[in-house]
Design a protein. Structure first.
Length: 323
């Protein structure tokens, strides 16, 4: 049974998909290589793979400064960070102080912002930074502010991660820049996992999210800039996303995630053409989807068909542009 390695609670966090990502690494002889998340968030998959020794180096990027400040503080000030976890008071007064820091991050040190991000992530409903405190301002709810703040366990996770300091590279930039400028410098045995903000609902979950046109643009960048790279993408399985990746192999699956109300939605996994997709998974909900889509995912003829359709689509597009 996988252990939760990330100290963050993350809406839409993909930690529970780690066994499937590991199966992809194995099927493609990428174990022991590098692993990149251009949209890292809570980086649950990355931490679990690194700590278990399945990959040798992880590269994490998030354009949100508070998220970056959290990760960088954990790696560069781990002792002080853990001291703050031990000493922090779990009450509304302190919660308000952290909320104030988050309102004006530029007036505070990176460590202060990193710690406040963590504090609010652990004390707000569903880990959403802009949401209210668990139990409400009057703390009259069934669950109180400390319900998700197991100090010793969180300190243990942070100390463990800090020990991997030399195997973690952190960036705080736009994913587009990571894909175009940074990823080309990485070794060949690298797996890239793009988990962009959801197409729907993202504005209520994350401080940084995309407008509809951005999703289409980034889909083109992922598919064109990374033609010779090995990558996977996960998203909410809405029609627009399926269309942006229409020429790639993909499958829909059901993943229960918890953002206040447990919402059961269709998610999609998309694969670069050069990846071998595992035929089954230890995760039952993935295995069912893999088997249901077996022909589309595993037959070279299907891949050739998609490539042909893409070529036709591109030449038709060129013709329209020339007219
Ligand atoms: C779906 S979440 C990632 C969740 C992550 N896979 C996990 O398991 O915790 C998307 C993340 O992308 C970040 N983000 C949004 N827009 C971005 C951009 N243009 N470049 C990089 N990161 C971005 C958000 O701050 C958020 O943390």
């Amino acid at each position: 049974m996988a252990q939760n390695r990330t100290p963050l609670r993350y809406p839409g966090g993909k930690q529970k998909l780690t066994p499937f990502v590991l199966e992809i690494l194995k099927a493609n002889n990428l174990e022991g290589g590098h692993y990149v998340e251009p949209y890292a968030g809570g980086a649950g998959v990355a931490m679990e793979l690194l700590i278990a020794g399945n990959v040798s180096h992880v590269h994490l990027n998030d354009s949100s400064f508070p998220i970056y400040a959290f990760w960088n503080s954990v790696l560069t000030h781990s002792e002080e960070f853990c001291r703050r976890i031990s000493r922090s008071l779990l009450n509304i007064e302190e919660w308000r102080e952290h909320r104030e820091i988050m309102k004006n991050p530029m007036n505070h040190s990176e460590l202060d912002v990193g710690f406040s991000t963590f504090y609010l992530n652990r004390t707000n409903r569903s880990g959403v930074l802009s949401a209210g405190v668990i139990g409400g301002n009057d703390q009259s709810g069934k669950w109180k502010i400390d319900a998700r703040f197991p100090r010793n366990e969180l300190i243990r996770r942070i100390e463990l991660i800090a020990g991997f300091h030399d195997s973690i590279s952190l960036l705080n930039t736009d994913a587009e820049k990571v894909i175009t400028d940074y990823i080309p410098t990485l070794p060949e045995n690298t797996l890239i996992y793009c988990d962009p903000p959801y197409f729907e609902k993202a504005s209520t979950l994350y401080l940084n999210h995309y407008a509809p046109g951005d999703h289409e643009r980034i889909s083109q960048i992922i598919q064109q800039q990374q033609r010779d790279k090995k990558w996977i993408v996960s998203y909410d399985g809405v029609n627009q996303i399926l269309k942006y990746y229409e020429f790639r192999r993909k499958f829909l699956y059901e993943l229960q995630y918890n953002a206040a109300k447990a919402y059961k939605g269709s998610e999609v996994f998309i694969f670069s053409d050069n990846l071998v997709v595992p035929r089954s998974s230890e995760l039952p909900y993935i295995s069912v989807a893999l088997k249901a889509n077996s022909r589309k995912l595993h037959q070279p003829a299907e891949l050739a068909k998609l490539a042909m359709r893409e070529a036709k689509f591109n030449s038709a597009k060129q013709l329209v542009c020339q007219q």
